[in-house]
Structures are given as structure tokens and as C-alpha cells.
Ligand binder design. Sequence first.
Ligand SMILES: *Cc1c(COP(=O)(O)O)cnc(C)c1O
Length: 351
Amino acid sequence: MISFYPGPSRVYDQVPKYVKDAHAAGILSMNHRSPEFIAMMKRTVALLKQKLSIPKNYTILFTSSATECWEVVAQSWITNKSFHLYNGAFGQKWYDYTRKLKPGATALPFGRETVLNPGQFVFEGTENVICITQNETSNGTQVSNELIRTIRAGNPQHIIAVDVTSSLAGIKLDFSAADIWLASVQKCFGLPAGLGIMICSPGAVERARAIDNRQFYNSAVVMIDMIGKWQTSCTPNVMGIYLLMRVMEKVKPINAIHKITASRYKNWMKMLDKQPTLRHLIRNEAVRSLTVLPLEADEKTISKIKKSAKANGFLLGDGYGDLKPTTLRIANFPALTDREVQALTKFLAKA
Ligand SMILES: *Cc1c(COP(=O)(O)O)cnc(C)c1O
């Protein structure tokens, strides 16, 4: 079965070998204060920065999931208000979690066909946090780098946090345009779940230090202090970090990966344009995600395609929430091979 599920998703073919290597090299019982661990951490961070074009002066923190990163943002960076720009289920969940911890959380929902106009929002006060879901996995829409840059330019005094769980390592992101970039590895990284990543600008680090909330084991300042020694505040997912290091050694730089993602996206759209029963859920091309494609049809067709896809060896993603009966989602993630993508394209063209 080839998984086109948009998370947890197909892992790179080399992962089973890397797991074996990890066992053989003693990684599975490695002490997380040992020099070997420190060396692995240094290399992993260096490779992430190199392959994903992350500025050298950014700090990378490790958590266990993207959801945990949402909580860390709320606990460590939000002192008063947060503004949540979202058009789908993941952005809304981020807002819902934050609201429970911080009553100043403000929802700024927008339509899934809407190109955001940053001028229409007033982000009050100073030193608040603006939360943006860059790639909304539930409905296959995205917010552009350009828009995030515009929001940055208009709000230099606020911290901008961006959820890139289903786009980091799949498309090129402009890290200079925001302060906190959060994700987990079971989507575009092609890795098993259980590791979250938070990429922090010098401004985010400075703000966390000024707030200095040290209440939690995963308070940002505590994690920042620990990563300064190439360590973590608890025993981390050592195998997850090792697998991340191995995958980062192997993958092409993000510019090359972006080109592949974009060109495959174009091919998916070419097929869909000619496909009589299926269409892209989102009509506005300007807001379509490059990494998650939601396909729409009537209920009967969707259920038929899902069933026959399974019989043909393809696992497709269910539609999310309300969209479940009339949509399905396919991942356009880098770990999928050209052959697999071509095979599903052929299958869907005739579905
Ligand atoms: C999958 C996903 C999450 C949740 O990730 P976890 O690692 O399960 O916490 C959050 N945000 C977006 C946009 C996602 O796609």
C-alpha cells in the first residue's frame, strides 16, 4: 500500500535501514548528556539549517509534536494577546488550545477562498503574538511568504508564529519573515511521528528571555538554555533526532525540493483539469497549497474512488471534518517517488 495520506505519511525508503543502523550504533540507548549525543545534535541542527536555508542565527528547539509547540508558544511567548489568522481546522485548534491557556487569544478567521489582506487586520498593542497557519492541512490552502513578509513589515513589535507542519521541508519558506516556525516530522520530512521542531529567530529568543517564564519543563527559555549546550530539558526522542539527521544528510537542498513539489503540483492540476468527476476543492488558485491537495466530488464518487484506490494499492487521505464525505486529500510530499506519483495520477485520471 502506497500512502498518500497527508500525515502521518509515507516515510523515506531508507528509514528502515536507518533504524537498523541506529540500533547497531547504540543510538537506541544513547545517553542524552553524552558527548556522542551532543555531536549528533550539533550535526542535526547544522544540517537542518543548511538543507532548509534557515538563517545561521536562528535557534532550533525540539519538542514531541506540533501540538506541543502550540502550547509552548502560548506559555512562553504570549503575555497578553494573541491573534489567530486561520481558515481551517488546524488553525482553529491552535486558537482553541491557546484560548484555554491565555484568555487574550483572539480569533480572526477568514474564508478558505480568501487571499488575506493584512491591511484589514489591526494587531493592537505591542509585544503580542500573531499566529498564522501557513499551510492548512485540512483544506489544502496556504498563506504566501510574501503575505507573511507584509505582516512582518507592518508589525515589527509583535512576535509572529507560523505553523508549517505540512509544508516545512516540502517548500521554500522565508524564515526571515517570522519569529517562530513550528512543525512536526511526520509530514514533509518523510519520518515517523514523535518529534516536533521549533525554529526561533533572535527576536523570539530575546522575547522569551525577557518574559523568562520557567514554569514548565518545556518553557522556551529552559529549552533555549539547554540547546545552548546541545541538549534538551528531558530525555528526547533520540531515535527521532537520529533519523532526522540521516534524512537531512540525504535530501536535496530545499530549493531543489521546492522545484519538485511545485512541478508535481502542476502535473496534479493538469490531470485534474481534464478529469471529469474530480476537481480541486479550492477554486482560487492563488491560495492553493502545494503540498496537500483536497479533491472534491459528490459523495458517491468519493466513496467509490476511495474503495477502488485501496483495492489498487493507494491509501488516500480522508477529507477533514465537515468535508469528509465529499472530499479526499492527497499528500504531495517529497518522500513519494516519481513512479508512485505517476501511478496515482494515472489511476485518478480514469477514476
Ligand atoms: C498535523 C498538523 C498539526 C499537528 O501535528 P502533531 O505533530 O500531531 O501535533 C498541526 N498543524 C498542522 C497544520 C498540521 O498539519
